[in-house]
Design a protein around this ligand. Structure first.
Ligand code: GAR
Length: 314
């Protein structure tokens, strides 16, 4: 089964050439993301027409008369309505409210036409030329409340040529941006879907439960309750099945069968443990609901913990 591609929403204010680069890169068969929404604060942004013409949903809402937080709530609702998982800012010339940034932290990227931390803000190419620098470039970074700040995910260097004007420099930096953005976004999605990253998330949730510990069992990372039993196993390519999954304890084989019948792409009957009511939940579908995984771990923990612990309220 091919994993679903990560759903990306792009916010633009103008030309949208970076959005277009992301969009066309997503046509590669192995691209791990797809653009599901292009939204803008400028209804006349040329990028909106391009996205529409390419069959991508668009949304335009002028910001005039709205408070920043109100405006961002409208954009956020639209992103959520389209099931967006990652937000890519591409020439989106508005500051974002802290609420928006916090909600999307780690999943909101921005591209900036300089080698950050040099030359934040506007009129970057003018500043580069004025400073007489001979190298500039572009940066993709995660968005934090601070403008043009946040962890850098990738950069490309661009030579400044004699006779360059801000326009000629901007033009060349654009070429570099178009390559960089698509690559960095794809790399981020792939990294977060890699088995090691999935194990990291499972581990964080499992070890947050009272008296939970980790120990390998039959070659797979397992999680058990001190003084109790195993409540979860993380399996990757177990016996060459090419599946990355979490195994948890359902209430019995009946519930296990029900789960598999209702959602056969996600649930399966694991080898060996299946007979005792364990169920496999695939983590490699690209549509994992981590709050749901957390609920499963809690349930499975309760079923495996000694009574005195299982009665603890948490
Ligand atoms: C890009 O050069 C981008 O780096 C810049 O706006 C341009 C948008 O072009 N963004 C910023 O300066 C953000 N601080 P585009 O609409 O053709 O993608």
């Amino acid at each position: 089964m091919m994993a679903e591609r990560a759903r990306v929403g792009v916010l633009i204010s103008g030309t949208g050439s970076n959005m277009a680069a992301l969009l066309y890169a997503s046509q590669a068969p192995d691209c791990p993301y797809e653009i599901v929404l292009v939204a803008s604060n400028n209804p006349d942004a040329p990028g909106l027409a391009l996205a529409h013409g390419e069959g991508v949903a668009t949304f335009a809402q002028p910001h005039k008369g709205l408070k920043r937080a109100e405006y961002d709530a409208i954009i956020d609702a639209e992103l959520t309505r389209h099931g967006v998982e990652y937000v890519a800012l591409a020439g989106y010339m508005r500051l974002l409210s802290d609420t928006f940034v916090e909600k999307w932290q780690g999943r909101c990227l921005n591209i900036h036409p300089s080698l950050l931390p040099a030359h934040k803000g506007l009129d970057v190419h003018e500043a580069v030329l004025e400073a007489g620098e001979n190298v500039t470039g572009c940066t993709v970074h995660l968005v934090t409340p601070e403008l043009d700040d946040g962890p850098i995910l990738g950069q490309t260097r661009v030579a400044v040529l004699s006779g360059d004007t801000p326009a000629s420099l901007a033009n060349r930096v654009h070429y570099a941006e178009h390559q960089l953005y698509a690559r960095v976004l794809a790399d981020l999605v792939r990294a977060e879907r890699a088995p090691e990253a999935l194990l990291g998330r499972v581990r964080t949730l499992a070890l947050a439960l009272p008296a939970a510990e980790e120990k390998r069992s039959h070659g797979a990372p397992g999680f058990f309750v001190r003084g109790g039993k195993f409540f979860a196993y993380f399996q990757q390519n177990h016996h060459g099945d090419d599946i990355t999954a979490l195994l948890v304890k359902a209430s019995g084989v009946e519930e296990q069968a029900q789960l598999i019948e209702n959602d056969p792409d996600r649930y399966y009957r694991p080898a060996y443990l299946g007979a005792s009511g364990w169920v496999g939940i695939r983590l490699d579908t690209g549509t994992t609901d981590w709050a749901h995984i957390e609920d499963w771990l809690n349930r499975s923990w309760r079923a495996s913990a000694p009574k005195r612990l299982a009665l603890l309220p948490f």
